[in-house]
Design a protein around this ligand. Structure first.
Ligand code: ZN
Length: 423
């Protein structure tokens, strides 16, 4: 491989600092989401950033025998660079009045909150006008400069001219964009290359906007891209070995995104039967982002009743997708709600209220999300056997009896380091 072709990610992980001392963690109970099994008095041995089979000499110990351990949680839909935007005024305020350095500081604080809530990996789906700051955050967290989760990045995310905030300002003013815009297949292909150049792990695009009900009561929207444009984005991303996440709320967006071959559907509030069938057959996951929908429906419905209606319909979509076997990956849209006001782990209770078993909800944030993301340089995600990344959380009580206990994580080990609950 030519030197210039060595990926930024490989260089980053070659330069990681020496890991913490080897660690032997004793768990009262240990959940294995992949096999849906529970072991009592289990031991997890960690060397470097990875789980290993046996304890090396000089290993330290972490006694979690009073707790139930499970693999570190994965939130597959976040925005570290956003601090709650229930209304468009709140969004505009952050993008217009806050400098990127200030936003990066707030994002670092958000990363710490996520980690302390047990989320050791996040897929961050768009920096909302802050360029590739997520790539910088990923590096700072991975190097241990600041505490934060493993970040799977997507940079600025993609839209088209006129499709995404900032909108509604005078045409005489040049306003910043919340996404990277592209128009036309060639321009969109170039936009993908540009993002890959600066180190994104995923490509995120916005497939639809302006959601409305048709006279027959079904849902539609404006598709942001022509088939040629969205096809070029997905083709170029896959050619460069990157996966594509599509914001898509309605059947209009799903048809566009699924025909182009995207790898995940984000939100999916209105899943019609054709979409459910396609996603189940092709095993395309979706992130329901229930917590953010609950957060925005009140404030947004004051000016547009569509948001209350979307909330009501999304529960039915979830139930039908779940029954049909569509993979459901845990994703909250944290950042769309304030990181310091609501805990991402609330999503578990929504999922169970909407028909999942506790095991299924836990698997969505471990096994299913890990399958979507693929392995990290530290090892496989969402598991705790030898060869898995050394990410572990511990809770008091039994999360299989009540997922509510996942909102009060007692200990966190991330990439082999004890970041909460150690002595
Ligand atoms: Zn989002």
């Amino acid at each position: 491989m030519p030197k210039a072709a060595a990926s930024a990610a490989a260089l980053l992980f070659l330069s990681l600092p020496l890991a913490a001392d080897p660690l032997v963690v004793t768990c009262g109970k240990l959940l294995d989401p992949a096999t849906r099994s529970v072991k009592s008095n289990a031991v997890v041995v960690i060397e470097g950033r990875t789980v290993v089979a046996s304890a090396p000499a000089g290993a330290k110990t972490l006694d979690l025998s009073a707790f139930t351990c499970l693999p570190g949680l994965i939130d597959a839909h976040t925005h570290l660079l956003l601090q709650g935007d229930a209304t468009s005024a709140e969004y505009d305020e952050q993008v217009l009045k806050e400098s990127t350095p200030y936003r990066a500081l707030r994002a670092a604080a958000a990363g710490r909150i996520a980690l302390e809530h047990g989320f050791t990996t996040v897929r961050d789906l768009g920096t909302e006008g802050a360029g590739f700051t997520d790539v910088d955050l990923k590096k700072a967290f991975a190097l241990g400069i600041l505490p934060g989760p493993r970040v799977v990045t997507s940079g600025p995310a993609m839209g088209t001219t006129g499709s995404y905030p900032l909108l509604g300002f005078s045409w005489e003013r040049k306003m910043p964009d919340g996404v990277l815009k592209c128009d036309g297949a060639d321009d969109c292909r170039k936009a993908v290359r540009y993002q890959v150049q600066y180190g994104v792990d995923w490509i995120k695009l916005y497939a639809d906007r302006s959601y409305y009900r048709t006279p027959d009561g079904s849902w539609a929207a404006i598709a942001n891209y022509t088939p040629e444009e969205i096809g070029a984005i997905v083709d170029e991303a896959h050619r460069l070995r990157k996966k594509v996440a599509a914001h898509s709320m309605t059947p209009t967006g799903h048809r566009s995104a699924l025909a182009a071959g995207v790898d995940s559907i984000e939100h999916g509030d209105i899943l019609d039967e054709a979409t459910v069938k396609t996603m189940a057959a092709r095993k395309i996951p979706y992130c329901p982002t229930i917590t953010v929908a609950d957060f925005v429906k009140g404030p947004r419905s004051k000016t547009n009743p569509v948001w209350d209606q979307l909330w009501a319909a999304s529960q039915d979509s979830f139930r039908r997708a779940h029954a049909a076997g569509v993979p459901i990956a845990f994703g909250t849209d944290a950042g769309g709600f304030d990181w310091d006001k609501r805990n991402q782990a609330e999503e578990f209770s929504f999922m169970v209220a909407w028909g999942m078993t506790p095991w299924e909800a836990i698997r969505s944030a471990t096994t299913v999300a890990a399958e979507l993301l693929g392995p990290s340089p530290d090892g496989r995600l969402g598991c705790l056997e030898p060869g898995c990344a050394a990410d572990l959380v511990a809770v008091a009580g039994d999360p299989l009896a009540s997922v509510k206990v996942l909102e009060e994580v007692k200990a966190v080990v991330a990439a082999g380091r004890v970041v909460k609950g150690g002595k």
